[in-house]
Design a protein around this ligand. Structure first.
Ligand code: FPP
Length: 243
């Protein structure tokens, strides 16, 4: 069985993809939205447990307002078009990030899809919308402190339990498309032991075949989580190496 259960993706390169083709940036996002559908389908075919996609970060608000508006129009279209498919394919849909500040119609579509897919047992699909990794950790600590005002010391599980969604488990693999090698404030807590994979392919060109090949490739990696696979190998207990 593959050790890769939860994949997160930073879907980058839509703008550069469009620029190379002398088209407006939004054209890259439109093609990027089709890639989202293909990759979700591939994740279902591979029986992946969870897929978390970075659709809009808290930093993305600084883009020109026309791009922001178009991105949310695309999101709305995506929810309307893909909602029935998500339900049909037994996908459990979830959003992380503060989506409540968005247009009321989008909020309604998200809430409906979350509710209707709540009991689905297939792929857990998480869209990160208006999401920031640092804010998530700070918000979690504040929630914990509100619930436990007299507490003197905080434990790891106090933070994990109050993150945006308990259903977001640790990430096994983070993929970033389009060549940059950065985390960009994505899932800072949940990425602690993730394998990282950076591909030069820009998101609109990212195919189901490449996605599957990356997962197969990374499944072969030895993950040690800070320990050793064979703790005895390479140590002679009779020798004092440090004297
Ligand atoms: C990064 O490309 C992409 C985004 C900021 C948004 C991701 C959006 C999509 C994949 C399409 C819509 C998504 C859904 C879920 C409907 P970029 O614009 O930063 O590209 P660049 O770095 O080449 O400029």
């Amino acid at each position: 069985m593959s050790s890769i259960n939860h994949v997160a993706i930073i879907m980058d390169g839509n703008g550069r993809w469009a620029k190379l083709r002398h088209r407006p940036r939004i054209w890259g996002h439109v093609r990027g939205a089709s890639t989202v559908s293909n990759i979700v389908e591939a994740a279902c075919e591979m029986n992946l447990k969870s897929l978390t996609l970075y659709a809009f970060s808290t930093e993305n608000w600084s883009r020109p307002s026309v791009e922001v508006t178009n991105l949310f129009k695309l999101l709305k279209k995506f929810l309307i078009t893909n909602g029935p498919k998500i339900l049909q394919n037994n996908i459990q849909f979830n959003v992380i990030g503060n989506f409540r500040v968005l247009d009321t119609e989008i909020v309604k579509l998200i809430d409906e899809l979350k509710d209707r897919s709540e009991n689905n047992s297939g792929l857990k699909l998480n869209l990160a919308i208006n999401y920031g990794g640092r804010s998530e950790i700070v918000d979690s600590v504040n929630i914990f402190l509100q619930k436990n005002p007299t507490i003197k010391e905080i434990r790891e599980e106090d933070i994990s339990k109050n993150l945006y969604s308990e259903s977001i488990q640790d990430i096994d693999l983070l993929i970033r498309t389009a060549g940059d090698r950065r985390i960009s404030n994505f899932l800072l807590w949940q990425l602690s032991y993730a394998e990282l994979f950076f591909t030069n392919t820009k998101w609109p060109d990212f195919s189901a075949d490449e996605f599957k090949a990356i997962i197969n490739d990374v499944s072969q990696r030895e993950r040690r989580f800070g320990g050793l696979i064979n703790p005895v190998e390479g140590h002679n207990p009779k020798q004092n190496y440090l004297s």
